[in-house]
Write a protein that binds this ligand. Structure first.
Ligand SMILES: [Zn+2]
Length: 148
């Protein structure tokens, strides 16, 4: 029998509509803005194991797992770009500038996806900035990488 992480990562890696998995690179931050519970989960071995499993299962299928800069993903409005702490209240995202409403995780996930797309569009120049986040692959997470 496989454990939960094996099953989940396998299922996710096999989804035919996904060829690239974009995750937040949380290795370098101590995020006060996240709840204690979430921080604990993200730094737990279970979560690291999940990332690792997803990484090698995806690679075995010729897919990629990439990591993007996690800054501001939960504060930034995916519709208008307005970034403020006040946009987020627990699980709810409500943009103070344009009125966009979404589940906070959905808004953050769209920002993570867009960060990756942006970083592809801009290439390796200027990586590491908010407008053009760096992307690193699972095997070399410590150093930024020029995109193919
Ligand atoms: Zn907005």
């Amino acid at each position: 029998m496989c454990n939960q992480n094996h099953c989940l990562s396998k299922q996710l890696a096999r989804q035919p509509q996904f060829t690239t998995f974009v995750l937040e690179d949380l290795s370098g931050i101590r995020a006060k803005r996240r709840g204690k519970k979430l921080n604990k989960w993200l730094s737990s071995w279970t979560f690291r194991q999940f990332e690792m499993f997803l990484g090698y299962k995806a690679e075995a299928l010729g897919k990629r797992v990439v990591f993007v800069d996690p800054r501001y993903t939960s504060q930034k409005c995916n519709r208008c770009g307005h970034t403020a702490k006040a946009n987020r209240c627990k699980a709810r995202f409500h943009c103070k500038a344009c009125g966009f409403k979404a589940h906070a995780d959905t808004n953050a996930a769209m920002n993570i996806r867009d960060n990756y797309i942006l970083s592809c569009a801009f290439g390796s120049q200027g990586q590491g900035t908010v407008n053009c986040p760096y992307v690193s692959e699972i095997a070399s997470r410590d150093k930024p990488l020029g995109l193919r």
